[in-house]
Design a protein around this ligand. Sequence first.
Ligand code: F6P
Length: 341
Amino acid sequence: MRIGVLTGGGDCPGLNAAIRAVVKRAELEYGDSVLGFRNGWRGVRDGDFLPLTRAALRNMLPQGGTVLGTARFHPSKKDGSLESVLRILEAERVEALVCIGGDGTLKAANRVAEAGIKVVGIPKTIDNDVVGTELSIGFHTSVNIATEAIDRLHTTAESHNRVMVVEVMGHHAGWIAVHSGIAGGAEVILIPEAPFDIDEITAFLKHRHRSHANFSIVVVAEGAVPAEGTSMEFSTPYLPTGGIVPGSIGERIGHEIAERTGFETRVTVLGHVQRGGTPTSQDRVLASRFGVAAIDAIQAGDTGVITALQCERIELVPIAEIAGKLKTVPPDLIKVAAALA
Ligand code: F6P
C-alpha cells in the first residue's frame, strides 16, 4: 500500500517521533511505502512530497519540530483546494493518509475520509485541547518547559521581592497553565475556563505579602480573560492569522498588579519556546504508540478516526465525534490549582 503522512497546524515536540513510527511500522510490518507531504495539507494540494524511508529518518526521534514542515492551511470545497487534494492523492496512488495535527487538521482529514480515502489522524497540540484523548503529542514537553521556567523565576522573584507574571500558551484551554502552575507552585493560575476578578487577585497578593511571603508567581494562559462586571476591562487582541497577540494578557495583568498593589512586578512571555526543542521521553513514547496504532488501524480498514490515549490504552475515536469540540480543564483540576495557592 502507498501511505501518505503529513503534519498540520502549529508544530510541537514529538512530531518526528510519530513520523518515524509511522514509517517503521508501515515498512517493517506490512511492506508499505510512505510518502511525506511537505507543509501539511498545502503539500498535498500542490503535490509537494518526498519518499520517506527508515534510513532517511535515522536520528530523528529526539529532534523537535517536524522534518516535513507544517502550515496552518486546511483544504475546503469553497476554494477548490479539497478537489486538488483528492486529485493529487489519486494521481500518486495514495490509498491512505496519516494526518498528524490538531482540530483544524483533523477536521480536514474527515472531509478527505468522506471522499473515500482511508484517513487516520494523530492528535498533537501543546494546548492538549483535542477531545477524545487524554493527551496530545507535545503537551508533556511544553509543560516541562513552562515548569522549568517557573522554577527559575521563583529564585529571582524571591531575591528581589517581586511578583513574577508568566504568560504561557493556551488559546482556548488552560492545560499548560494549570499543569505547570501546580508543578511549579504558582500562587495564582489564570485560565480561559475560569474568568478572573483582578480585585480578588490583588487582595490575595496583598494579604500574602503582608502575612508571610515577599514574592509571588502568577501563571496566566494567553486566552485568560477577566470576568464580566469586574473592574478590569479587556478584550483579547488577535493577529490576522487568528492567533492571540503574544504577551497581551500577561503584560496587562502585570501592569494591573503593579498599579493596584505597588509591588514590583515583572512579566515573562514564554511564547514559542514552549513549542521548540527536544521532546520528553513521555512525548516520544506517546508519539511512537500513536504512529504504530495509526498504521495498524489503516491495515485493519479503519478510517475517519484518530488514535487516542484512554486509560493507558490506545483506542480509535471517530473524528466526527470530536471535530470542532474543545477539551477544557475540568473543575476538579481547577480546584487543585486554587487549593494550593
Ligand atoms: O500550538 C497551539 C498554539 O500554541 C496556541 O496556544 C497559540 O495560540 C498558537 O499555537 C500560536 O501559534 P502560531 O504563532 O504558530 O500561529
